[in-house]
Design a protein around this ligand. Structure first.
Ligand SMILES: NC(=O)c1ccc[n+]([C@@H]2O[C@H](COP(=O)([O-])OP(=O)(O)OC[C@H]3O[C@@H](n4cnc5c(N)ncnc54)[C@H](O)[C@@H]3O)[C@@H](O)[C@H]2O)c1
Ligand SMILES: CC(C)[C@H](C(=O)O)[C@@H](O)C(=O)O
Length: 338
């Protein structure tokens, strides 16, 4: 029976990498009935909302979605579709594995994970101009939010055979808000004595990610630090075309790449679909489709190791569709040869 999965193509390069990813999932032999819903600026022009209720309802109903990036206006305009979706559906854990692919940027050999709190912090949307010329953003940190994200990170580490969790914070300066998050994470750590515990201030964590990333294991951190560190991580492993992500809650999960809509290359046909393909691998494993996930991952590794088919972000000349065709052929090869 086919899985029913909500598909949000997004905008910019979104539809390009989404189509590629659908092809890859199909090449891996997983039947999906994609329920397509649109969100973003074009939808706002038509309906008055960039994230109409039927989109949220569809994710709630199917409990699983694959999402392309959605452009967020800067300094004004509508509230981010991404943040609204994460908060409305309480997708509190944003999981971003940062892993090197063979032959891509040999300066680093990275295998670490960022678990980012996805609903609170400075993303709470509590901003105001308190006086002309004086703006205030409130960082919201709760005991509940800090405890559940730490619990998620420790359980994730155990489930994925990772031996260390590092709590990343700035409790030397934000003594109350980050102090609360740190206390909660320390309390959670006591219940997981088999996992080694690390603590690091966020600026030092940024430096450590560049010098010795694997030392950090699984980072657990608040929303904005996780946002910034995951792009830093992408920089270590070849760029935003590579790194996948999952937004996970108790009732639904939305899988999307770390990257945005990349307006500078949108419509040109050479976006790298690897990040969304790897997000789909996370999605397939979430669904229990481990064989299909493993086959896609093995094919990606083979393709990258061979090094002949690379998109432009990685110095190659392959278009999105060249890359996707080669990846699908590699996924299907073992079956054809068997
Ligand atoms: N999850 C999301 O929907 C999401 C995530 C991040 C940013 N955004 C939004 O996307 C818009 C553009 O943001 P930005 O330009 O800061 O970041 P971006 O990630 O879109 O692009 C940054 C750089 O990385 C490159 N890049 C990104 N993805 C790539 C890919 N798959 N293949 C090849 N190159 C790739 C782009 O060409 C660009 O040079 C903004 O409106 C931002 O809010 C959305
Ligand atoms: C687009 C934006 C709202 C988003 C964020 O800040 O969380 C993005 O940077 C991300 O990391 O998914």
């Amino acid at each position: 029976m086919a899985y029913r999965i909500t598909l949000i193509p997004g905008d910019g390069i979104g539809p390009e990498v989404v189509t590629a990813t659908q092809d890859v999932v199909s090449a891996a032999g997983v039947a999906v009935d994609w329920e397509i819903h649109h969100a973003g600026i074009e939808v706002a022009k038509l309906t008055g909302s960039p994230l109409p209720l039927p989109v949220i309802d569809a994710v709630r109903k199917n409990r699983i979605a694959l999402k392309g990036p959605v452009t967020t206006p800067i300094g004004g305009g509508f509230r981010s579709v991404n943040v609204t979706l994460r908060q409305t559906l309480d997708l509190y854990a944003n999981v971003r594995p940062i892993r090197s692919l063979p032959g891509v940027d040999p300066r680093f050999d990275v295998d670490m994970v960022i678990v980012r709190e996805n609903t609170e912090g400075l993303y709470a949307g509590l901003e105001l101009m308190i006086l002309p010329g004086v703006a205030q953003s409130i960082k919201l940190t709760t005991e509940r939010g800090s405890t559940r994200i730490a619990e998620f990170a420790f359980r994730y580490a155990k489930k994925h055979g990772r031996s260390k969790v590092t709590i990343v914070h700035k409790a030397n300066i934000m003594k109350i808000s980050d102090g609360l998050a740190l206390d909660c994470a320390r309390r959670v750590a006591v219940g997981h004595p088999e996992i080694q515990l690390g603590e690091m201030i966020v600026d030092a964590a940024a430096m450590t990610m560049v010098r010795d990333p694997n030392r950090l294991g699984v980072i657990v951190t608040e929303n904005l630090y996780g946002d910034i560190l995951s792009d830093l991580g992408a920089g270590l492993v070849g760029g935003l075309g590579i790194v996948p992500g999952a937004n996970i809650g108790d009732d639904a999960a939305v899988f999307e790449a770390v990257h945005g809509s990349a307006p500078d290359i949108a419509g040109k046909g050479y976006a790298n679909p690897t990040a969304l393909v790897q997000s789909a691998v996370m999605m397939l494993r979430h669904l229990g489709e481990h064989d299909a996930g493993d086959r896609i991952e093995r094919a990606l590794t083979t393709l990258y190791r061979a090094g002949q088919v690379r998109t432009r972000d990685l110095g190659g000349a392959a278009s999105t569709s060249d890359f996707t065709r080669a990846l699908c052929a590699e996924i299907e090869r073992p079956r054809a040869e068997a």
